[in-house]
Design a protein around this ligand. Structure first.
Ligand code: AKB
Length: 311
């Protein structure tokens, strides 16, 4: 089967993916890596390496040395931070993907997970029940890189038989490791603010609904997707995925059930301009059909878990 390498393991998803992979496959079969010199939330027995995905020779050396067969490529700049570093975001998000795709093409690795995002959609995509296949005209550098990445994933599968699998993650809500530079980050910050301060200034307008998912569901979807037989996949690029959809005022109301004095104010910034271009509700029926995907966490359950975790 070979070992599994997570690239970008100190990020919001990486920390929890490592935890889950090491539970399933054993810590000795999972290697964590990040450009940062130290792994956050180190898990006993999981080896940690400092690795820059743009350094292809070092990446190959690691893959050979640790007999890596499966790569989870999580290193990327997210939507908000990418707008401030356009060139670097493009270089990292695209070249990082090419480096890993090429190593699979050259048969060093067998399988890749690469996350895409609801950011592939743009202002001309349908907002409600956004279908799997529809207009993709993203207006952010992150969205453009994810859209291009999806096309390249399908290209490498069709031309070279590279087994690369992908999900269009919505905003991911979790408490173990903070998200880094996304537009949906407000939906994580708000929980910390409610517990620690009792108020939150939201940078997204109160009625902008976005698709979201709780981390446990996102990790389970990822692992389920990686485990299914390739012949059962009907999408070779990236699957729509969703758990719930809500607007800032709805999450504030949910929090008020736990903290009646919680106060929300609004001061939109450039992230609001990104949010208004994204869908409100995603149609993920293909994932539900192809591998029986089903989310477990709605807003009520997510709120309970988040507050428990943070407190
Ligand atoms: C972001 O907000 O940039 C990410 C995403 C939706 O991909 N959370």
């Amino acid at each position: 089967m070979g070992n599994k390498l997570v690239i970008g393991s100190s990020g919001q998803i990486g920390v929890e993916l490592i935890e889950q992979l090491s539970k399933i496959h054993g810590p000795n079969n999972v290697i964590a890596s990040d450009i940062k010199p130290r792994l956050k939330n180190k898990i006993k027995g999981v080896e940690y390496l400092t690795l820059d995905v743009l350094d292809k020779p070092k990446l190959l050396e690691v893959i050979k040395k640790y007999k890596i067969k499966e790569v989870y490529l999580l290193a990327a700049l997210l939507s908000a931070v990418a707008e401030k570093n356009i060139q670097f975001a493009w270089d990292l998000n695209m070249q990082g993907l090419f480096n890993v795709l090429d190593l699979a093409k050259e048969k060093y690795i067998n399988k890749i997970f690469w996350p895409s995002s609801i950011a592939v959609f743009g202002p001309t995509s349908p907002k409600l029940n956004t279908p799997q296949t529809t207009i993709l005209e993203p207006t952010t550098v992150y969205g453009i890189s994810k859209m291009a990445g999806e096309r390249w994933c399908e290209y490498y599968f069709l031309k070279f038989g590279v087994d690369v699998r992908s999900l269009r993650y919505p905003g991911i809500i979790s408490y173990k490791s903070p998200p880094g530079g996304g537009t949906t980050d407000y939906a994580v910050e708000i929980f910390h603010a409610a517990v620690n301060k009792g108020n939150y200034k939201c940078f997204i307008e109160k009625d902008i609904t976005l698709p979201m998912i709780y981390m446990d569901d996102a990790i389970r979807a990822t692992i389920e997707l990686m485990n299914i037989d390739r012949k059962d996949l009907t999408i070779n690029s990236s699957y729509n995925l969703s758990g719930m959809s809500f607007a800032p005022n709805e999450i504030a109301n949910e929090l008020k059930k736990h903290y009646p004095n919680f106060k929300m104010t609004y001061e939109k910034d450039f992230r609001n301009d990104i949010a208004v271009t994204w869908p409100s509700v995603i149609d993920d029926s293909l994932a539900r059909k192809d591998w029986n995907w089903n989310h477990e966490y709605d807003l009520r359950k997510t709120t309970i878990e988040m507050l428990k975790g943070i407190s």
